[in-house]
Design a protein around this ligand. Structure first.
Ligand SMILES: [Zn+2]
Length: 1023
């Protein structure tokens, strides 16, 4: 999970090692394996049963590929033999974890289906497909009886999962607990360069199906093990391609895995909030559908097995403490079991904090189960390699009494041994204590149902009169994917909202003023019929609460390195109204369950011209491209028509068929009002701009979310790389708008221009060949990933903008654009103390007449992760420093009072001219002195135009962590810089991120739709 970009990266030549050292290894543990029986401690001893026949040839290979006798355990140092069930060797051609062997997902499935065919203890289920159409599966392994009674058992678990069905009756729950068979769900290789899980899980399935030792039999008879051996199927196949390429070019550098899934790489494990990716949806549906108790996700990074189930804190504030106790119980027991086997490097305390619910495993934590995650040690492929660790990795600490070796030969088999041993001991411990965990499963669900009267809130309400019904529907659909029940009020209702606590007086708080303040009173709010109600008396209230509530990460928290984002409040990021209601009476409101969320849209009234109000709904862009031939104009000022008020940027459509329009908007939540005449308001055309989306060959992680958003909205674009830009002399011939979304990893301006080092080494092709049939998929290709944008590319971008093109950048690409002089009058300051880690920040509208701001209000929340601090200057190349010597601008010590003019003895007093005062987000007005014969003064028409700025310091934090926020407070957040005949539009926020920021999408979409009218409504300074 910890992202190590070196995995699968060709920074060093990796040569396969098939070594004679293996011969000298002594297999103590095999010899010691005793006949399994109940030990003195009352527990079933792990290990082979004396009567268990062993597959000698397979076992010999396990030993051969295990590099040290202590890198295995009595659970996995032999393979049970079966006369009827095929071993993984049947498909792999060698044993699981053998050097040089990485199976494609298809081969893994083939094996699982062979198992199913040969054993009544295995069943394979198809659980959906990926973005590129590959299948995902879940494999159930249990006793034939359990598999025969799956439905009966599921019904029992469903009652425990939804205690309303048994009227919260604890006695009935106990009866169910005593009969139910729990489901333990294991997921492998969501992170494609972490390659070991599929073979480990093939062999695990075999062992669970075949082994007759009491230890394994108890697991098989007592519970259902559910396995998704490959989560990121598209990425797995690419990774296997790369590895095969490496095997056939053993002396060459091999290409880093730039694409995993169709859209994102490492972030596929940050999608459990937005559920934007198919893999998240498929695993979530499987987890919830099976009513599983555990979701155990397998990763690889640190040596040798880090069970990062139990985090370092702060824990997510919405999980049940019953769960945090379970983490500790299971995690430490797991360490204890493996410690007894003498396996070094097993630990459960580390850097993970458990705050964000974005991880795949957190699906369980947010749905009343148990989330678990392993980091084992992978080699980023199936080579056996000498691995040298950092001092902090091999140090012996209080939580790592038997640390990893400073240096060791490490094989994929070692990794598989650790994964399987960890899983088998986990399964066994879980089975031994399954009544406890099943009861906890019920209790967590029950406590979710009783949330309204316990900790609250009672409900969240999304009003029927929200101006952004399309975005509201999108947010509700996310909740539906999360298995949250949604209701709709059948009549209007009123709720009481708690009194707002007055802001705490500061250290020097004025006591008198405080006493004078009237005690704040509760208020009421009325909601119209049709408002959506998310009731908190439902089993999955926890996830709804976690997504819709606000987050606060204290700057004083002892945890100084948040593992991921610290804030995510979905109502804010979707720009949708969400009211947290604590008054339990809201649950008595007449309401009905909602199955399908539909944002009402359509045409009303009579006329041949159609007006659609602009509320910054992303679906306006969908409409523009859906009706490509329609003539659409945008109003530059607000107007009235058909008895309705329309805001700036509202669409006016002419010469379109009413039926066609009605059809196009009925699903988009857009309302068109027909009017008989064109309103008398200034307009400009809204054209279907030709868009390019530029990526680097350094990282595609962050821009992938932009592609996902545009695809989802139906906004077409050409997906091109910086290399394409470097070769395209006339970008204007093909494009009106170039989006250059954040690069993320390795995004320095020099890296973007230079690319990867290419003064040495071999070309790194990213293209489909017979050897690498899956690499390209639906993305991009190149003969050599190494070259970057180059200076030609810089020149082409410059000329594109000069000739009227629009370049849009965000976060690190904004830095890039400014550092190479693509825009003037904006500089980036260096943060001294500022720490904003994936937070939701307040921004404020500065220039509502700019088309980029169409449809937005005064306040807008946005995602920011230490965004660049923009400052403005009216002097070319100038930096936006405040002038020094502020004290000189006040009255000097002298005669009279502070308000009296100063005087000088011996001459008449001269009044100083009024100084021009500008705010932080405004262009400083050049002084007469600066204006004198100064070529560097930027003409008013070329100065930066700020669209949104960050809020003032005390209103900056909406959700998450903000420390030293005054450094960025009030600074521009979105700036439009007219350059030549074109524009550079710079974002300090990231407007398109993880499917969570729909509320800021329209800042990008407005730029696209109004690309040739961005100067509309602009007021120029006088000098
Ligand atoms: Zn990982």
């Amino acid at each position: 999970m910890g992202y190590n970009p070196a995995f699968g990266c060709g920074s060093r030549g990796m040569v396969m090692i098939r070594a004679p050292w293996l011969v000298v290894v002594v297999y103590v543990l095999t010899i010691l394996a005793s006949p399994a029986a109940t030990s003195a401690d009352g527990e079933t001893a792990p290990g082979r049963d004396a009567k268990q026949p062993v597959d000698e040839a397979y076992t010999a290979k396990i030993h051969k590929y295990t590099t040290q006798p202590f890198f295995t355990s009595p659970l996995v140092d032999y393979l049970p033999a079966s006369k009827t069930v095929p071993t993984p060797e049947t498909v792999l051609g060698d044993v699981a974890g053998a050097p040089g062997i990485l199976p494609y997902a298809e081969d893994v499935y083939k094996y699982m289906r062979l198992l199913e065919k040969a054993s009544p203890r295995v069943k394979v289920f198809s659980i959906g497909t990926t973005e590129e159409g590959r299948e995902m599966i879940a494999v159930a392994v249990s006793s034939p009886e359990n598999l025969k009674n799956l439905e009966e058992n599921r019904a029992r678990l469903a009652k425990l999962a939804d205690p309303r069905t048994i009227k919260l009756d604890d006695a009935e729950a106990d009866r169910l607990v005593s009969q139910a068979v729990p489901v333990y769900y294991i997921t492998g290789t969501i992170h494609s360069p972490e390659t070991g899980a599929p073979t480990a899980l093939m062999e695990l399935a075999y062992r669970l199906a075949v082994d007759e030792s009491p230890y394994i039999r108890e697991i098989r008879d007592g519970m259902i093990t559910l396995i998704t051996p490959v989560v990121e199927v598209d990425g797995r196949d690419r990774m296997v391609d790369i590895y095969r390429w490496h095997l056939s070019h053993p002396k060459d550098f091999y290409p880093p895995l730039i694409y995993w899934g169709k859209y994102v790489a490492h972030d596929n494990n940050r999608d459990a909030m937005g559920v934007t990716l198919k893999l998240t949806e498929n695993v979530l549906t499987t987890y919830v559908g099976w009513k599983a108790q555990v979701l155990h996700d397998l990763h690889e990074s640190v040596p040798y097995l880090y069970d990062n189930t139990a985090g370092d804190g702060p824990f997510n504030a919405w999980v049940d403490p019953i769960l945090t106790d379970e983490w500790e119980m299971i995690g430490w027991r797991n360490v204890a079991d493996m410690t007894k086997f003498g396996m070094p490097g097993v630990f459960t305390h580390g850097v993970f904090d458990t705050w964000s619910p974005g991880y795949l495993m957190f699906i369980a934590a947010m749905h009343n189960g148990i989330s678990r995650l392993y980091e084992t040690f992978g080699n980023g492929g199936a080579d056996t390699r000498e691995r040298t660790l950092d001092a902090e990795e091999y140090a012996r600490t209080w939580y790592k009494q038997n640390p990893p070796l400073a240096k060791a030969l490490w094989s994929q088999r070692d990794n598989n041994n650790y994964e399987e041993t960890g899983l088998l001991t986990s399964l066994h411990y879980f089975n031994e204590n399954k009544r406890l965990f099943l009861k906890n499963f019920y209790l967590k669900a029950k406590r979710s149902v009783t949330k309204p009267t316990a900790e609250g809130p009672a409900a969240y309400v999304l009003p029927a009169d929200d101006p952004r019904l399309g975005s509201q529907a999108e947010l509700l659909r996310v909740l539906q994917k999360q298995a949250v029940e949604i209701s709709r009020a059948t009549s209007a209702f009123t709720v009481t909202l708690p009194a707002k606590k007055p802001a705490k007086a500061g250290a020097k708080g004025n006591k008198d003023a405080k006493e004078q303040e009237a005690a704040p009173a509760p208020t009421t709010r009325e909601f119209p019929a049709g408002s959506y109600v998310i009731r908190m008396d439902q089993p999955y209230s926890r996830i709804a609460d976690a997504l819709l509530d606000y987050q606060y990460w204290s700057p004083d928290d002892p945890q100084k390195t948040p593992y991921d984002d610290t804030g995510w409040t979905f109502g804010e990021l979707f720009h949708v109204q969400v009211t947290r209601v604590t008054d339990p009476k809201v649950l008595d409101v007449a309401m009905e369950p909602v199955k399908e969320i539909r944002a009402p849209g359509g045409v009303s009234a009579d006329g041949t011209i159609f007006a659609i109000n602009n509320n910054a709904e992303p679906s306006l862009a969908t409409l523009r491209y859906k009706m490509r031939d329609a003539s659409i104009e945008a109003a530059e000022e607000p107007f009235e028509g058909g008895g309705k008020k329309f805001s700036r940027g509202s669409f006016l459509l002419r010469n379109v068929s009413r039926a066609q329009l009605n059809d196009a908007i009925s699903d988009l939540g857009l309302q068109a009002i027909a009017v008989s005449a064109m309103p008398s308001v200034k307009t400009h055309p809204v054209r279907a701009a030709r868009v390019a989306l530029v990526h680097t060959w350094l990282s595609t992680q962050t821009e992938g979310w932009w592609r996902q958003a545009l695809d989802h909205l139906g906004v077409p674009y050409d997906y091109i790389s910086t290399q394409t830009v470097s070769k395209a002399a006339d970008l204007n011939a093909k494009y009106d708008v170039i989006l250059f979304p954040p690069v993320g990893f390795a995004s320095s301006p020099t890296a973007i221009i230079n690319g990867l080092p290419h003064e040495w080494g071999n070309p790194l092709p990213w293209k489909n060949t017979p050897e690498t049939p899956n690499l390209v998929g639906k993305n991009d290709s190149t003969d050599d990933m190494r070259p970057g944008l180059g200076w030609d590319g810089v020149e082409h971008l410059q000329s594109f903008i000069e000739k009227g093109g629009v370049l849009l950048t965000a976060t690190d690409t904004s830095r890039f654009a400014l550092s190479i002089g693509l825009a003037d009058g904006v500089s980036v300051g260096n943060a001294q103390r500022m720490k904003i880690v994936g937070s939701v920040l307040g921004t404020r509208l500065v220039d509502g007449a700019s088309p980029i701001a169409y449809g937005f209000d005064e306040k807008l929340s946005a995602y920011c992760d230490n965004g660049p601090i923009f400052s403005l200057s009216s002097i070319s190349g100038g930096r936006g420093f405040r002038r020094l010597g502020g004290e000189m601008h006040t009255r000097p010590t002298g005669r009279g009072t502070m308000d009296d003019p100063d005087f000088t003895v011996g001459r008449p007093s001269v009044e100083a001219p009024e100084e021009p005062k500008t705010e932080i987000w405004e262009n400083p007005i050049p002084t007469d002195e600066q204006l004198h014969n100064n070529l560097r003064v930027i003409p008013p028409a070329n100065r930066a135009r700020v669209i949104f700025r960050y809020a003032d310091s005390r209103e900056l934090l909406v959700s998450g962590l903000v420390e030293g926020g005054d450094e960025i407070a009030q600074h521009p957040a979105v700036v439009d810089v007219p350059t030549g005949n074109g524009h550079v539009v710079l974002f300090s926020i990231n407007p398109v991120y993880r499917g969570e920021t729909r509320g800021t999408y329209s800042l990008v979409l407005n730029t696209i739709l109004n690309f040739d009218s961005l100067n509309a409504g602009r007021k120029l300074a006088e000098k």
